[in-house]
Design a binder for this molecule. Structure first.
Ligand SMILES: CC(C)(COP(=O)(O)OP(=O)(O)OC[C@H]1O[C@@H](n2cnc3c(N)ncnc32)[C@H](O)[C@@H]1OP(=O)(O)O)[C@@H](O)C(=O)NCCC(=O)NCCS
Length: 239
């Protein structure tokens, strides 16, 4: 009987401590997820929060150069939550991972404050870089379901990465990026449509069409100038 009481008391103390230590994360979850009903529900049923809690412990041990256990904790967390965060990743305050399954965050990734990641997001490497090879996300960024942000690139604060986008280039702040490869559709609140990746996206046919268009415009300008010159040469009949 005494053991049972001690266990219940221990569980209550643990819940209270975690809810205090992760107050900001719980608050952000309530703000970002209309389905989140209570603190207790978030504490017990949100795998994103569980993954962040496990990661804090793993990252602490990683920084102390403890061998094996940081990765071990990260794999335990992955088993229970479906979210794999490498212990080396630097995660800011208020990370909210919604649904979570399939999220992967690489070793040298840096995630700012109040970032939202949906299921299936990868903050990964391209496989071609060494050293810092994962992305850096600023504050207050949302990465949509299934999006892949790859390489040592920077995503500016307040940006939105659309669902299933593949982002390989730096993204400025206050920008929405969608598609494969990522293209900017909105910047500073204005709707625009600029291809981000000029090297890989432009195809020769569209490039030729663009050249033709420019040549036609130049010819039109020349034609207008010569018509205007002809009009100047003509005698003024009215006079
Ligand atoms: C990117 C997103 C935020 C929309 O941003 P927005 O600036 O409001 O974009 P708009 O709706 O004005 O769309 C702009 C263009 O991008 C296209 N677009 C929008 N989202 C897209 C996406 N994820 N992938 C590809 N194209 C997309 C639109 O069709 C539109 O194209 P058009 O200009 O040719 O018509 C949203 O579509 C998105 O992807 N959200 C992620 C949500 C998510 O992951 N939820 C998970 C819930 S479990």
């Amino acid at each position: 009987m005494n053991t049972l009481i001690a266990l219940v008391l221990g569980a209550v103390v643990l819940v209270l401590w975690v809810s205090k230590a992760f107050e900001h994360e719980i608050q952000i979850t309530k703000e970002r997820d209309p389905a989140a009903k209570s603190t207790l529900e978030i504490l017990l049923l949100y795998p994103g929060l569980h993954a962040v809690i496990w990661h804090r412990l793993a990252h602490f041990l990683w920084k102390k150069n403890v061998p094996f256990f940081p990765r071990f904790i990260s794999q335990i967390a992955r088993f229970f939550t479906g979210i794999e965060i490498h212990p080396g990743a630097q995660i800011g305050k208020g990370l909210f991972i919604d649904h979570g399954m399939g999220v992967v965050i690489g070793e040298t990734a840096i995630v700012g404050n109040d970032v939202v990641l949906f299921q299936g997001v990868t903050l990964g490497g391209t496989g071609k870089e060494t050293g810092k090879r994962h992305p850096t996300l600023g504050d207050n960024i949302v990465v949509g379901a299934g999006a892949k942000v790859l390489g040592n690139i920077e995503i500016g604060p307040n940006s939105y990465i659309g669902a299933n986008a593949v982002v390989l280039k730096n993204v400025p702040s206050n920008t929405t990026v969608v598609g494969v490869p990522g293209r900017v559709t909105r910047q500073e609140g204005r709707k625009i449509d600029i291809l981000m990746d000029h090297v890989h996206v432009l195809d020769p046919v569209s490039q030729n069409l663009r050249d033709f268009h420019q040549r036609i415009m130049k010819l039109e300008q020349k034609a207008q100038i010569s018509v205007r010159d002809e009009n100047l040469d003509e005698p003024d009949i009215a006079a």
